[in-house]
Design a protein around this ligand. Sequence first.
Ligand code: QV4
Ligand code: CA
Length: 462
Amino acid sequence: FYDPNCNGKQVMVHLFEWKWTDIAAECERYLAGAGFCGVQVSPPMEHVILPENNYPWWQRYQPVSYKLYSRSGSEAEFIDMVHRCNSVGVRIYVDAVVNHMTGTGRSGIADGGSSYNANGDARDFPGVPYSAEHFTPRDQCPSGDGNVNDYSNPSNVRNCYLVGLTDLYGKLDYVREKVAGYFNQLIQIGVAGIRIDAAKHMWPEDISATLSRLTDLPTDQGFPAGSKFYVFQEVIDQNDGAIKVDEYYNTGYVTEFRYCSKIAWGIKDYGQLSNLIDYGWGMARSDRAFIFTDNHDNQRGHGGGGNVITHESPRDYKQAVAYTLAQDYGFTRIMSSYYFTNTDQGPPSNGGYSTADVIINGDGSCGGGWVEFRNAVVGTSMENYWNNGNAVAFSRGNKGFFAMAKQGSMSESLQTGLPAGSYCNIIDDCASSIQVGADGTAQISINNYEEPILAVCAGGCG
Ligand code: QV4
Ligand code: CA
């Protein structure tokens, strides 16, 4: 569960709410050439549709069945996307919502044609099928109203209903079989892995028993024989509850939300960057940490939200993403979604429920140089670390060198760890360069307020 199955590449992008047809085109047009490992896609299973809330993005976190029919497209479009992305070496990772089905009090017929009824005591999801006995019994949940409300008690977190979402009873073989069946269907199509949504609200042994039922990835989609599904689990551990990321190491990577706070702090005060990965905070070890500057929840203030840097402060955001990709901790994900003014707002639409096509502008690019830098320096550690509070620099073994200036300018002679020679800056498309002398030092000068960053690779980054 630890290999993302993309030949050692290092960066995934979350194309939040994108349609399958647009993602297929993006793999071919841009992501393959830029060196992306793969794409995290929005939940592909059949879900509730909520016109009364203006079709919010979060309707897709309320499953109705495991039929591949969603706001992003049909099963045929999903399969076509996976195959086209695989054939250009870009993998697809599914956001898997399997802790629960819809919220209580909801009923109707979803777009894929399946009915559902979670009114009162009913728990009918005939599209799977699940019925009342497949949901966590009320006496297993130690909370007054049956909802999660005490993060100091694992039984409360895992057996009660997360914001009123009908909680699947993962102890049952039947539930494990159905969830594994969904995953095996994805595997057969050629999906390379999953994010397990709300993994913190599932027992680690239930996840483990479900994953033990999975088949290997299909060789006809370009996976070497014996390849396993990649798994990263959404566990929000901010040192503020009973549940720790370590409990989930046996079944894959874990989301490291403390990194979001740490990088935000570090960009505001460069001095703090020196101490970014602080195991005193209990942060996940590097070969289990799944990291990002922000995610689809905390950029909207959902799931705690809080002190994270988002696209709303573009200059800080560039620095945070650049630093995240340049340093050596964890597996990285970057975020790509749509502009919003309201935290519940769904994606751009053609009116009502139908999602609009993504429009690609002339230059179309975003952060490609970064992805290439991270791939080029994989397996090296950070060395020659230098930080004066206003600027920061480090080398990645003898393969790369990175520098960044908070106020937009710096001029300093620094050890780069690189062999002597001239190296061009990938950030300005090689308009500038640095000259490394025989002793490995170079004069590092940055003078650009909007893009105060420099990165070079031995032998080129691409
Ligand atoms: C409402 C009331 C409840 C009531 C319930 C009755 O608030 O008190 O009991 O009705 O049915 C939506 C609404 C929420 C509503 C709920 C059920 O916002 O008000 O409850 O639906 O109908 C996303 C959104 C949620 C949304 C949910 C389901 O963020 O707002 O809830 O989708 O549509 C914690 C967890 C972490 C979680 C994070 C948000 O540890 O696991 O909160 N993150 C993941 C996803 C997130 C998603 C879910 C989990 C649920 O990243 O996007 O929630 O799948 O930190
Ligand atoms: Ca649960």
